[in-house]
Ligand binder design. Sequence first.
Ligand code: NAG
Ligand code: NAG
Ligand code: NAG
Ligand code: NAG
Ligand code: NAG
Length: 234
Amino acid sequence: SASGSDWCYTENSPSKWKDISGSFCGDKRQSPLNIVTSHVVTDSKLNNFTFVNFSSEHAIKSIVNTGHTDNEVEVSGGGLNGTYSTIQFHFHWGDTEHHPGSEHTIDDHRYPMEMHIVSLKKGLAVEQAIEKSDGIAVLGFFINVCPTTNMSEAWSTLTSYLTNVTGMICPFKIMNISINGLIGDVDLTKFYRYMGSLTTPMCNEAVAWTVFQEPINIHKDLVSWTGLTRVKGV
Ligand SMILES: *[C@@H]1O[C@H](CO)[C@@H](O)[C@H](O)[C@H]1NC(C)=O
Ligand SMILES: *[C@@H]1O[C@H](CO)[C@@H](O)[C@H](O)[C@H]1NC(C)=O
Ligand SMILES: *[C@@H]1O[C@H](CO)[C@@H](O)[C@H](O)[C@H]1NC(C)=O
Ligand SMILES: *[C@@H]1O[C@H](CO)[C@@H](O)[C@H](O)[C@H]1NC(C)=O
Ligand SMILES: *[C@@H]1O[C@H](CO)[C@@H](O)[C@H](O)[C@H]1NC(C)=O
């Protein structure tokens, strides 16, 4: 599911988003950004994360965001102020013409894709969370496409659901994929933190961002760029 899919990156380009009535897109705490590693400072308050039910194979239920919080998956620690309930995950990716790939960049390096795991401060509804400076926590993972990496079972399963999306009735159930299965062996103790915003209108400045340093590596045979472009927006 691509949450930003209603926001076109060509005709209604990001440079125009600040002109939308009620939008925060021209403000000062905007995401995404380029992480300049020579300007990053170490913060000793960024302790280890605690992930609840990230290994559950029942937590990811559907390929589209139904907006429904089931409170089965939670994240806390990692310097976050409180416990956050995960509501959805989605991807941003590139194609050769319109989309750049990952949203964040590191020292101007852009990865082919970025996965976002979106959580709301526990007890808040979306409308309340977007009003708070730390109402939303997004975990961002870069995704690299490699010819040599192992074919991960979670990614093989997910992509087989994606290629089956066309013609299926949405939202359709997905089974037997855990968040940890998708994250794989990324070192979860190495991450960047900054206070930013949603990356599509209204660009509310409500997000505690975590961008993990190590990318998730997926095998190139799992990626068909035309296929991904076609299923975007489902
Ligand atoms: C944080 O996690 C790392 C890696 O799992 C571990 O080596 C370290 O001991 C943990 N630190 C604390 C304070 O639990
Ligand atoms: C984690 O998953 C288990 C099994 O589905 C469930 O009983 C438990 O309530 C979940 N934890 C949270 C914090 O929701
Ligand atoms: C932490 O969260 C609580 C509850 O949402 C809030 O009242 C408090 O201001 C937050 N603290 C910081 C430093 O943001
Ligand atoms: C996708 O469709 C193929 C061909 O019909 C089928 O073999 C495969 O099991 C389906 N995958 C999933 C995850 O439903
Ligand atoms: C999911 O896992 C269960 C238990 O391992 C298995 O019975 C079921 O067939 C699996 N479903 C799919 C779609 O792979």
